[in-house]
Design a protein around this ligand. Sequence first.
Ligand code: ADP
Ligand code: ADP
Length: 226
Amino acid sequence: MSLITLTHLSKSYREPGSGNVVPVLRDVSLNIQAGESVAIVGPSGCGKSTLLNILGTLDIPDQGEYTLDGHPLSGCSPAQLATLRSEKIGFIFQLHHLMPQCSVLENVLLPTLALKTKPDAATLKKRAEGLLRSVGLQDRLSWKPAQLSGGERQRVAVVRALINEPKLILADEPTGALDEKNAESLTSLLLELQRTTGTTLVMVTHHPAQAARMGRTLYLHEGSLR
Ligand code: ADP
Ligand code: ADP
């Protein structure tokens, strides 16, 4: 089943100085099946982050339609998009964006606050602990981000992205700030979680070696898919 369908999607920006309209995505059509792992690669400025932001409903296309898990998004209000986003999408960024004053467990549970209907607190805590155990952080529940290594922080960010059991994980250069060894093990972890949970993983990466490990690679060039 198709989780993501983009049809003839376009996005432009108005250049701040000149006011010229600059196309960023041009007539992008795309199908991603539930359970796939997909890399998005391409030179700097080709539109990768813009595409990922649109997939995450954080940005809206000028033209074309985005259908997520059977929902055409063009008619959705911002509030409806926010609900859909917290139920269906987990985000991982290049920097971990953990809250420094919160413990590992509290950080992982943050996205559950946005859920409209949610399991009870005990169930969520159990889920968080299980996920943290699966990434080897069972002894770090009460630690603060500053006490963790870089690799550990990014693993907490991965668990935070999974806590609402999303259908889609969007990762924007999740290994960009890690050394090679940590980058490789984070990619392994993401792929293992993607396989075991049946989640769909879409990842922007600059590393050809990591793209090669994904099920499929999309090449963006000047806003078009090749
Ligand atoms: P990539 O992630 O591939 O490096 P981006 O999607 O970040 O590319 O950006 C693609 C192009 O769109 C760039 O030329 C960038 O300057 C432009 N762009 C992105 N966001 C905006 C914005 N909010 N306003 C104006 N231009 C933007
Ligand atoms: P890495 O090679 O991944 O960067 P580090 O050398 O930063 O790892 O950390 C190694 C170990 O030391 C990790 O298990 C981490 O949890 C622990 N650690 C790092 N900083 C602190 C700290 N401030 N307090 C307690 N433990 C720490």
